[in-house]
Ligand binder design. Structure first.
Ligand SMILES: Cc1ncc(COP(=O)(O)O)c(C=O)c1O
Length: 369
């Protein structure tokens, strides 16, 4: 019997990075991606309950692929409304951001093409790229000189793949400069805005007036939008292409209508309550003002890494914080590079200043340890 997979589990156990399911104990949320606190917002929940009243069928399954029985006027109208909000020709919904990236990257880059990815890009992008036959090269995180050096070596159609706000370091991509390079080398840019949507309006591309310069955008709804699912945004012909060639969409049951309805409601709710992102920005400023020492890699975003190379010590700190009523999660290799284990502290609209200060006091105490 080949017990290689069991040996791999034992190896992880020995290294101390065996992943396990756990239920978060109660506490202040400093680990979820629910940046605007929508999943615990009673006004938002009430809106959803009202939508369900008189239309319980929204809760049912979609019964088939989008291309067979899983489509509806409602779903198509919601996609039109999403596309309008992003000032794009078309939007195509997916059951998750992971699947959206698989769908897009499995079929878009072709044999003979070049795919240049930021080394910090999300795993779903890498996994999508494993499904295509293009040449793939990683460039150093946000490093324009390295990106240009790779661009010079390409000899075919080029795709550049980046996130706008990076999920582990909480920093943003120099999107304008990347787009300028792309123009110079006739490359197409695809931007994953999973962590930016909701935090910065409908995303950083829109905020910076760059939406019309990218080939495609991926937005996800399981983070600040407090829901689930994702959309690929772009030209109508891109949507048509995905409907014809993206296996993860074609051979899978469409998302249930309740998810799509919730997504549209999340757009409306966030538009009507700009206070939510204002509170989030105030909490980011409160965290930045803390005296935290060198372990804290302060950023301007809701994602605030607290680095501690010693994974065992990091887990000790994390358990201590959980006991003290702070929900945090240690991120270890292979999710992040060796030597960069961290608490990925996330801030939310509904964290109180008192709990941010109390978290800061504990972190400060553990500084350097
Ligand atoms: C940048 C990025 N893209 C895509 C995804 C996947 O999205 P989802 O959780 O909806 O599958 C994530 C999830 O963490 C992400 O961080």
């Amino acid at each position: 019997m080949n017990s290689n997979w069991q040996a791999k589990l034992r190896e992880r156990q020995a290294l101390g990075n065996l992943r396990k399911l756990r239920v978060m104990p109660p506490g202040g949320d400093f680990c979820s991606n629910d940046y605007l606190g929508l999943t615990r917002n009673s006004a938002f929940q009430e809106r959803l309950m009202n939508l369900l009243k008189g239309n319980p069928a929204l809760l049912n399954g979609a019964t088939g692929s989008r291309l067979i029985s899983g489509n509806s006027d409602l779903l198509e109208n919601i996609e039109k409304a999403i596309a309008n909000r992003h000032q794009q020709e078309a939007a195509l919904l997916f059951p998750s951001g992971y699947v959206a990236n698989l769908a897009l990257l499995s079929c878009l880059p072709q044999k003979g093409d070049y795919v240049l990815l930021d080394e910090q890009i999300h795993r779903s992008v890498h996994d999508g790229c494993r499904m295509n036959h293009a040449q793939q090269w990683k460039f150093k995180h946000n490093d324009l000189a390295h990106l240009e050096a790779l661009l010079q070596r390409c000899n075919g159609k080029i795709w550049i793949l980046v996130e706008s706000l990076y999920s582990m370091d909480g920093d943003v991509a120099p999107l304008q400069a990347i787009l300028d390079l792309a123009k110079q080398y006739q490359a197409q840019v695809i931007v994953d805005e999973a962590h930016a949507i909701g935090v910065y309006g409908v995303g950083l591309l829109a905020q910076w007036g760059l939406s019309d310069q990218v080939f495609a955008t991926v937005v996800t709804y399981g983070k600040a939008m407090g829901s689930h699912g994702a959309a690929v945004l772009g030209r109508a012909t891109l949507k048509e292409y995905l409907l014809n060639f993206a296996s993860p969409l074609i051979y899978s049951t469409a998302m249930p209508l309740i998810s799509a309805v919730t997504i549209l409601e999340a757009y409306r709710f966030i538009e009507k309550h700009p206070k939510l992102s204002g509170q989030l920005q105030a909490n980011i400023a409160a965290y930045q003002a803390l005296n935290l020492g060198p372990n804290a890699q302060k950023t301007d975003s809701p994602i605030q890494p607290w680095l501690m190379a010693d994974a065992a010590k990091l887990k000790e700190l994390s358990n201590h914080l959980l006991r003290e009523g702070f929900q945090v999660y240690p991120i270890l290799p292979p999710t992040v590079a060796e030597g960069t284990s961290r608490l990925r502290i996330t801030l939310h609209s509904d964290n109180s200043i008192e709990e941010i200060n109390a978290l800061g006091a504990i972190l400060n105490h553990w500084n350097h340890e």
